[in-house]
Design a protein around this ligand. Structure first.
Ligand code: SF4
Length: 354
């Protein structure tokens, strides 16, 4: 096992400052919500546009995506859905790398986002120039990057993976005897390394949301809910993952709530996912895993500050103005799309996506 040096304090501080500056969606009355939804429906129809939303965005956006023929999904399904859609315009409600991935796979479509400022701490933690220098020092390694990276970082990689297919892909590479450079999430990388036994060099990024889940507080919460099953996303710290009954991607965690006979679940991932869990299993009780204590306050508090920037207000605005559009240089696209297409082809082959 080989881990790189931690991120520079400067970069770490810049990421934390950006997370603090992310402006949350405005509070709206029921009347405003109904009116905005009506106007957005009309605009989607007029522009032959479709909503592609992530599980972590606001409930209202998830509901609207489903009601209007769009999708609510993890980043793997989002990418696949956008590429197959007949719409002229994709409106990606999520964070920037998701919009970029949609554009990489659908260059002929216009790809908009409610705000291009919605970024991701993992994406930010992996500057392309630093990463390129690191790869150059290890030319005999296969470069595998998480979907939560910029197009410029994907262009440096052999494979892109999501949490939904990372284990299968890395296991496949490891069985072929390949050694792996992994970026950017250190916790997810460590989990994959342990589960697959692959030889991996791990970049030291982390997600500002999942990194805050705390094992000691989780232990205390488990004592209050002794019957509850613990569901953990593998971007969480190792000692939290170790306490899980189920570890997996958003899709795996949703499936667990739906299919396990248990009635109480402590969930260590962004609580935006509760919308889909409750929709599919309304009788189950969902409890947010603890992110802080008296000694240490949480800053993201189990909800991504950048996912929270997506709102009905900026969604309507972008459908009117079309000014938050993703553009990718064609030469960059040519390189960045290859690891994604490799991932999708593999995922289709093993039945992870249709
Ligand atoms: S929840 Fe974490 S990994 Fe997901 S977009 Fe937000 S910062 Fe990135």
């Amino acid at each position: 096992m080989s881990h790189l040096a931690p991120l520079s304090p400067d970069l770490q501080q810049r990421i934390e400052a950006l997370a603090r500056q992310a402006a949350p969606a405005p509070m709206l009355s029921q009347k405003q919500i109904a009116q905005l939804k009506e106007e957005i429906r009309a605009l989607l129809q007029e522009k032959n546009a479709v909503l592609v939303a992530h599980y972590y965005v606001d409930d209202q956006l998830q509901a609207l995506a489903e009601e209007t023929g769009g999708i609510v999904a993890d980043s793997l399904e989002m990418a696949n859905f956008g590429a197959k859609s007949d719409a002229d315009m994709l409106v990606v409600c999520g964070v920037r790398f998701m919009g970029e991935t949609a554009k990489l796979l659908s260059p002929e479509k216009k790809v908009l986002m409610p705000t291009l400022e919605a970024t991701c701490s993992l994406d930010l933690s992996c500057p392309p120039d630093d990463f390129a220098r690191f790869i150059a020092q290890h030319p005999d390694h296969t470069v595998v990057v998480y979907a939560n990276t910029s197009a410029a970082v994907k262009a440096l990689a052999h494979w892109t993976v999501t949490s939904g297919n990372a284990l299968q892909i890395v296991r496949h590479l490891s069985e072929r005897g390949e050694r792996i450079i992994w970026a950017p999430d250190k916790h997810l990388g460590r989990w994959i390394e342990r589960e697959t036994g692959a030889a991996m060099l791990l970049w030291q990024g982390h997600c500002v949301v999942h990194d805050e889940f705390m094992a000691y507080e989780l232990e205390k919460l488990k004592q209050r809910y002794p019957q509850a099953k613990v569901l953990v996303h593998p971007e969480s710290p190792e000692n939290v993952v170790a306490m899980a009954d189920v570890v997996g991607s958003t899709r795996v965690l949703i499936q667990a709530v739906q299919e396990l006979p248990d009635t109480q679940f402590i969930v260590a991932t962004d609580f935006g996912i509760f919308y889909k869990m409750q929709q599919l299993a309304p009788q189950k009780q969902l409890i947010v895993a603890p992110t802080g204590s008296r000694e240490r306050q949480c800053s993201s508090c189990a909800h991504c500050p950048w996912m929270a920037m997506n709102s009905l207000v900026n969604l309507k605005r972008v459908l009117e103005t079309e000014d938050q559009e993703i553009h990718i240089d064609p030469a960059l696209r040519e390189r960045a799309v290859q690891p994604i297409e490799r991932m999708l082809a593999f995922s289709r082959r093993v039945g992870l996506v249709k």
